[in-house]
Design a protein around this ligand. Structure first.
Ligand code: P6P
Length: 340
């Protein structure tokens, strides 16, 4: 079957199954289940559910507890969908401090484990800023049929067999890779299907957008301070200053830069010496996608995908986006910093 524009996600997954290293169909089925969960979460974020979850009409300020409900809802929807696939034996979620293991017979034999951030940037929901779900899929290390162990979830990012994100924005999109490039699917509400909209995404090697929270300027290292100045100068390479764009939602900032070219940086600061973003839930999946689209992702020094997680809530400094921009930022870190 030929790949065509607007091809539904499930058809595309099946069509590309022969490209998959794990072409036995489990990964295809798993990706389809993720798509179903994404549609359910999308519905609750974008319409009636929002009112149900967020209390009465007219509530001007939304309590964090109300927003938290949506985060918990997204977490439970993805866990249910992944359990139903029968291909995953356990899930580590940013939402839960404990690993969720499945004891149904089918899932205990599941070949994969999953790490996810069910609703990244969820505090932006009440001001209608796009938020996202981020997921990573790894082959399990422990024996099929046995309970998964923590080592299953502490693999380097290079071991991922698939990674992706769903961005709940002006339109809802699912972007994922299985190591064969990056493809984007836009939800068509008229048929309730994710349809191919961005075939084989390649991120520009250069860009003019830098995304960093400059409110922390005084807490940044000298390397980052000098890199920001470089972005703002009318220097010879760029002929004009870069544009600063920072939404405060990783998936939204990353997605824009992926398509247009740019760099997203969440570096370490004096009060967050390891940075803020989680290696397993945010950085590894985004790094896999960045590299598969021809970009780069590092901690300012080392390739993100080669960092061995010490624990599930390990945080790392995060630089991702256009390869030449990330490399330039790394030269500033190297030149001005004593640590990356
Ligand atoms: P700050 C959301 O909480 C998040 O994890 C990312 O989605 C986002 O890029 C970052 O944190 C925003 O953090 O400190 O700039 O508000």
């Amino acid at each position: 079957m030929k790949i065509y524009k607007s091809m539904p996600l499930n058809q595309f997954i099946i069509r590309r199954q022969e490209d998959l290293e794990h072409a036995t169909g489990e990964l295809s089925r798993l990706l389809s289940h993720i798509g179903v969960a994404a549609k359910i979460v999308n519905r609750e974020i974008n319409k009636s559910g929002l009112i149900d979850f967020l209390g009465e009409f007219g509530s001007s300020t939304l309590q964090r507890s109300e927003l938290k409900k949506l985060d918990v809802f997204a977490d439970s929807q993805f866990i249910e969908a992944i359990k139903a696939s029968g291909d995953v034996c356990g899930i580590a979620s940013e939402e839960n401090h404990e690993i969720v293991t499945f004891d149904n017979i089918l899932s205990k034999d599941g070949k994969y484990i999953m790490c996810m951030d069910p609703l990244d940037g969820f505090s932006n929901i009440d001001v209608n800023v796009s938020v996202g779900t981020i997921f990573s899929i790894y082959p399990r290390i422990s024996k099929c049929g046995e309970e998964p162990v923590v080592e299953d979830f502490l693999q380097e990012g290079i071991k991922q067999v698939a990674a992706g994100y769903i961005i709940y924005g002006s339109s809802t999109m699912m972007v994922y890779t299985t190591g064969q490039g990056v493809n984007g699917f836009t939800l068509d509400p008229s048929i309730g299907e994710f349809c191919l909209s961005h075939l084989d995404i390649r991120t520009p090697e250069d860009g003019h957008i830098y995304s960093i929270n400059e409110g922390y300027y005084t807490k940044f290292s000298d390397g980052i301070k000098n890199y920001i100045k470089y972005c703002q100068e009318n220097n010879e390479e760029t002929k004009r200053p870069y544009t600063s764009r920072y939404i405060g939602s990783l998936v939204s900032d990353f997605h824009r830069n992926l398509l247009k070219g740019g760099i997203y940086i969440y570096p370490y600061t004096t009060d967050k010496p390891e940075g803020k973003l989680f290696l397993s839930y945010e950085c590894n999946p985004i790094a896999f996608i960045a590299e598969q689209a021809g970009g780069r992702a590092s901690d300012g020094n080392k390739r993100i995908l080669e960092i061995k997680p010490k624990n599930l809530r390990q945080r790392v400094p995060f630089f991702s986006g256009s390869i030449n921009m990330v490399k330039t930022a790394e030269t500033f870190v190297k030149k001005y910093n004593h640590k990356n």
